[in-house]
Design a protein around this ligand. Structure first.
Ligand SMILES: NC(=O)C1=CN([C@@H]2O[C@H](COP(=O)(O)OP(=O)(O)OC[C@H]3O[C@@H](n4cnc5c(N)ncnc54)[C@H](OP(=O)(O)O)[C@@H]3O)[C@@H](O)[C@H]2O)C=CC1
Ligand SMILES: CCCCCCCCCCCCCCCC(=O)[C@@H](N)CO
Length: 331
């Protein structure tokens, strides 16, 4: 009885699913890899605070040689002291503004060839476009996007050389955000800067794969950091309501997930459950090295689009209600 039930099931479900999995394992690119961290040079921008600091400490604990770059010298020194206390590792510190291309190039020259470059610096001051000053919009784009160009341009030649010499794969990781996967009220400048990083990352992965360099794009949700506390004070009411759709995280958890994703050579790195749903619905033509993740993307694409439309319905309803309330207050 059970065997007669089992054999049609086997034919109808298990055989095609296995065939698809095997096919995906053969075609997904780039090919899966492992990128070692121990004993290698990990260079982290924004490493003096929040997520960047948590990644720096974790990389040091895993035996990497760590360099951190940020503007404020005092906070860099505090970060270095705290990592030394926790891990015994002496990190290199570089007081540089990523907007200054020459200063970035000098710091990277002094730090020496990099194996894992983590472009994590970022500024996020949410405000409606109509109210936000052009200077601030330009500041957000310059730090988040142009700063990342400066870093990669400066680091890439020596990264390629070192990767060739050692035969070990290397990584360029870029910190995006969930607001880099979906545009959110109050984040026109920020979302623009983070969406741009996706275009950069996809194109760059094509350009560096032959050199055995893997690009990772990380998408955290709201994360408890010094920068986030600052952000909360300026966040418009509606932005708060929409951002609450995704759960908050701790910097240490984001750091762990980020570093694991980087070591596995993953292109897209979501950080929580909502992030996984977002990555499935926004997968598009992004590279995918995991055949299991590719299988999930294929299986849930249309259902996740349905869920996404429900979220948008909910967000637009909140905006409508809020607007109606404020309009009646004004009159
Ligand atoms: N926290 C969150 O909710 C989320 C954060 N992210 C992203 O994660 C990254 C880190 O965020 P988080 O840890 O919260 O931020 P923090 O504000 O806590 O830390 C930001 C770091 O970037 C450095 N930095 C800022 N501007 C520059 C600059 N012009 N040149 C060099 N370094 C700079 C800061 O140092 P200094 O000021 O001294 O230069 C600091 O070390 C950002 O890219 C952010 O967009 C993504 C999703 C959610
Ligand atoms: C299938 C569909 C699933 C939908 C899931 C919904 C999740 C959307 C939430 C978006 C939150 C964006 C907040 C900005 C976070 C950020 O980047 C700032 N903290 C600054 O860095």
């Amino acid at each position: 009885m059970s065997s007669s039930l089992f054999s049609p099931l086997l034919l109808i479900i298990i055989v095609p699913v296995s065939a698809l999995l095997i096919f995906l394992a053969l075609i997904t690119r780039p090919r899966p890899t492992r990128i070692p961290i121990k004993g290698r040079h990990v260079f982290i921008t924004g490493g003096s605070s929040g997520i960047g600091f948590a990644i720096a400490r974790l990389a040091a604990a895993e035996g990497a040689r760590v360099s951190i770059l940020a503007r404020n010298r005092q906070r860099l020194d505090e970060a270095r002291d705290s990592i030394r206390l926790a891990t015994g590792v002496e990190v290199g510190v570089y007081s540089v503004d990523v907007r200054d291309a020459e200063a970035v190039a000098r710091a990277i020259e002094v730090a020496g060839p990099i194996d894992v470059l983590i472009c994590n610096q970022g500024v996020f001051t949410p405000q409606e476009l109509e109210k936000q000053e052009m200077d601030e919009i330009k500041f957000i784009v310059d730090v988040n996007l142009m700063g990342t160009f400066h870093l990669i341009k400066a680091a890439l030649p020596n990264m390629k050389r070192k990767t060739r010499e050692t035969g070990l794969p290397s990584s360029i990781a870029i910190m995006s955000a969930q607001a880099g996967q979906v545009g959110v009220y109050g984040y026109t400048a920020y979302s623009a800067s983070k969406f741009a990083l996706r275009g950069l990352s996809e194109a760059l992965q094509h350009e560096v794969i032959a050199d055995n360099i893997f690009v990772s794009l990380i998408f955290p949700s709201d994360t408890d950091t010094p920068g986030f506390s600052e952000e909360l004070r300026r966040r418009p009411e509606i932005s708060k309501i929409i951002a609450a759709s995704s759960g908050g995280m701790k910097a240490d958890d984001v750091a762990k997930i980020s570093l694991n994703g980087i070591k596995a050579g993953r292109f897209s790195i979501p950080c929580n459950f909502e992030g996984t749903m977002l990555s499935i619905v926004t997968a598009g033509l992004s590279p995918q090295s995991s055949f299991m993740a590719a299988f999930l993307e294929i299986s849930f694409a249309s259902f996740m689009r349905f869920v996404a439309l429900c979220f948008q319905w909910n967000w637009f309803s909140s905006i409508e209600k809020w607007h109606a309330k404020n309009y009646s207050k004004q009159n």
